[in-house]
Design a protein around this ligand. Structure first.
Ligand code: ZN
Length: 336
């Protein structure tokens, strides 16, 4: 798979240009707050400034994060009102729906079904709850794959919730903190909660994980993907990485810092890894910004087979920027 398969260049460039405008101008002065490391609460050195956002690298856990960052209310206002957020929710997702269905969402549905079988409810799976369901394509694909399971889209943005309803999906139009356990389909202990590429956007990732854990029961499974700041394309391209685009992407944890945060949020890590496919291709398209001689040599002297091997090596050893966590709810004294 190539990056342009799921992010056509002109649409993606238009999105990034709108994000840049919003990053620089959308937030008012009083909406900014200093932030500790969102994974461990530590502090760190400034790494770079991008579109007015200062990114820091935590000296304790190596998480890359924006600080100061807009407060929780300001981020909600951004996703409701900003031009770049609207463009993403409408034009970008609509125009890339079929390509992304084929190349991202269908394989993702197969992955989730396999993980449920391996780690969780297995054949008794009664529901899939997708948090931040967006355009609802994953929900459609998992519903087609697992016709016996109740599928539910949790999506707070009105336009996206409407799009999900238009696909005939069961929708909870709400932020996660307002979702009640009794609103969810399926039998507690035999459900999979999913959250794809959401954690990097959040003001407080730890609060989000704790909210998910609070909805889960023993036997339920969480499958979550996010960006790893220790991944190849992000470390090589750094401030030039398109994945580092504020105000969308504020948190870049890594396998170790995400596992530690999950554990503090009452989640028991069943598996964590970086099954990414795109790092080597993403660096190829940003190579003009790379000065590091060995990285340039990879593209000049190594053939395609070697670059494929490199991608496999990165994914295998936790050094791709696409990260996936599989977790259960930990057994906590006093809770059932
Ligand atoms: Zn940290």
């Amino acid at each position: 798979m190539k990056e342009t398969d799921i992010r056509p260049r002109d649409l993606f460039e238009r999105l990034l240009a709108l994000c840049r405008e919003d990053a620089l101008h959308f937030f008012t002065r009083d909406e900014w707050q200093a932030s500790a490391c969102p994974a461990c609460g530590g502090g760190g050195e400034e790494a770079f400034i991008k579109h007015g956002f200062h990114y820091r690298l935590c000296s304790a856990c190596d998480t890359l994060y924006a600080s100061p960052r807009p407060g929780a209310e300001a981020i909600l206002r951004y996703y409701r009102e900003a031009r770049s957020a609207r463009f993403l929710a409408t034009d970008f997702y609509r125009q890339t729906e079929e390509a992304r269905r084929e190349r991202m969402f269908r394989p993702r549905a197969r992955t989730v079904a396999a993980l449920a079988e391996r780690f969780g409810a297995g054949r008794q799976l009664t529901a899939v709850v997708d948090i931040g369901a967006g355009y609802g394509v994953f929900c459609e694909e998992i519903a087609a794959l697992l016709p016996g399971a109740g599928v539910c889209a949790v999506e707070p943005a009105p336009a996206l919730a409407q799009a999900c309803r238009g696909k005939g999906l069961r929708v909870i139009e709400s932020f996660l903190h307002a979702v009640r356990g009794e609103d969810l389909p399926g039998r507690p202990g035999s459900r999979v909660f999913t959250s794809f590429e959401l954690l990097e956007h959040l003001h407080a990732p730890g609060r989000f994980l704790a909210e998910v854990a609070a909805l889960m029961h023993p036997g339920d499974l969480l499958v979550l993907t996010t960006l790893s700041g220790a991944g190849f394309d992000i470390r090589v391209l750094w401030q030039h990485a398109k994945a580092v685009h504020p105000p969308h992407h504020l948190n870049f944890l890594n396998p170790a810092s995400l596992a530690a945060l999950a554990a503090r949020c009452d989640l028991e890590v069943a598996d964590i890894g970086t099954p990414g496919l795109l790092d080597v291709d993403i660096v190829a398209s940003g190579l003009e910004a790379v000065n590091e001689r060995f990285v340039r040599a990879i593209y000049r002297h190594a053939g395609e087979a070697a670059r494929r091997d490199l991608q496999v090596w990165l994914s295998t050893h936790g050094l791709s920027s696409h990260m996936m966590l599989v977790a259960r709810r930990a057994l906590v004294a006093g809770r059932t």
